[in-house]
Design a protein around this ligand. Sequence first.
Ligand SMILES: Nc1ncnc2c1ncn2[C@@H]1O[C@H](COP(=O)(O)OP(=O)(O)OP(=O)(O)O)[C@@H](O)[C@H]1O
Ligand SMILES: [Mg+2]
Length: 476
Amino acid sequence: MVLNALRHLRADRQARAGLAHLTADRPRRPADGELLLESVGLTKSYAGADGELPVLSGIDLQIRAGEVVALLGKSGSGKSTLLRCLAGLVPASSGRVAYRGSPLTGANPGTAMVFQTFALLPWLTVQQNVELGLEAKGVPAAERTDAARQAIDLIGLDGFESAYPKELSGGMRQRVGFARALVVEPDVLMMDEPFSALDVLTAENLRGELMELWESGQFPTRAIVLVTHNIEEAVLMADRIVVLGARPYGTIREVFEVGLERPRDRNSPAFEDLIDRVYRTMTGRQKEGRVPGRHEALELEKRTPANTPLPPASVDGLSGLAEMVLDRGGRCDLADLADELGLEVDDLLPQVDALDLLGFTTLSGDDLLLTDTGTAFAGADVQESKKIFAEAVQHAPLVTLITKSLRNNSGGTRRAGFFRDLLAHHFTDEQVTRQLETATDWGRYAELYSYDAEPQEYHLDENDDTRLAVTAAGQG
Ligand SMILES: Nc1ncnc2c1ncn2[C@@H]1O[C@H](COP(=O)(O)OP(=O)(O)OP(=O)(O)O)[C@@H](O)[C@H]1O
Ligand SMILES: [Mg+2]
């Protein structure tokens, strides 16, 4: 009842404010459950140096009115690509994407996008930035002004109309991003990690306000598709969570119906249980844990910098986690550990991935277990731990690539740009930068190579050969 009254009020306000044209050419608002957006057998590849790079394969997805859908997956699993395909910003390689039954031929007329980086034009005011969305739709100037004011008001930016983006905090900038998307009253609001560039409190606040608006019925859109790599954010906001798997290319790994009452209680057992289940799916581990040994050795052979990206975990961070597990007897429940530290399980994922990649831990159900090498590493003094790390880091293909290529060069030196170019065939600029940062940190700690930020060069560590000889002798 209250919701209906609110909707009615809003329609009335819109008519007066000049937004009527936006709804007028849409015969009616779609009813809950109505199919808005659909992909069938969606496949997407990008052209790379070594041929086509498959990113998404066989994605069947439906977005219906009244729902919030989260696309969740690790970096590189194709979340942004999927969102862009649904928005008609990039074409599918095969399969089809349809909006209200009509296959897309270009930008989707029923969607608007909010970007992680805000993507505002710095030379335009808040008001002008918000009007951009309407301009693109050919709305006359007078109507644009009113509609933009209303969207600005709705999203809590009242009073900032004439400010420029550089005068605003990150949170306020993202509000402009929201207003610019909402002003066109898209059927489906698409958001690509909209909160991840904001500090924790700002993100939390904006998330809360957005969901309040959504639930109040004042929201001028009928469905939300949210890209995130944050499990808790997905469980907090979504009605349905679509988990994308990363290797060898993005497929839908599992779909979770959330079904929890809103506003959601983070501390409820149901909430925590769902987080655990999603976490297990994301990490690809089964309840029973996996069998290490021959199987793993084989997997190791096939690792390349392209199929095994380095997780963004520093040596300090991953050692810290290993030590904590050691303090707890070499085995501990990840969710409990995160809780103790006042963190979310997500925050630990890069470190867990790193420990796993290096062969220091395995996961069994929700428990993180130190392997023998992991136990030795966590308990060692600095010199000893460097030695163990230098052995283990051979499991990190990018570190091996850098080391080998430095050894092959008579001067023992190579420009970072060389590795950057190699990786650029497989990853975005941001991913390349993050991975090189990790590789630099790991390689330095293992004393394999060093890095000079100016002139951006890697150098073979002088003791490299001596150290390897010592390690080899120690093994024999
Ligand atoms: N324009 C492009 N050209 C070539 N490859 C691309 C392009 N955009 C993305 N890719 C590749 O496609 C894969 C998926 O990228 P995408 O950005 O969709 O992943 P994501 O899940 O959004 O990752 P993140 O969490 O880092 O944002 C990556 O391997 C990426 O390098
Ligand atoms: Mg992305």
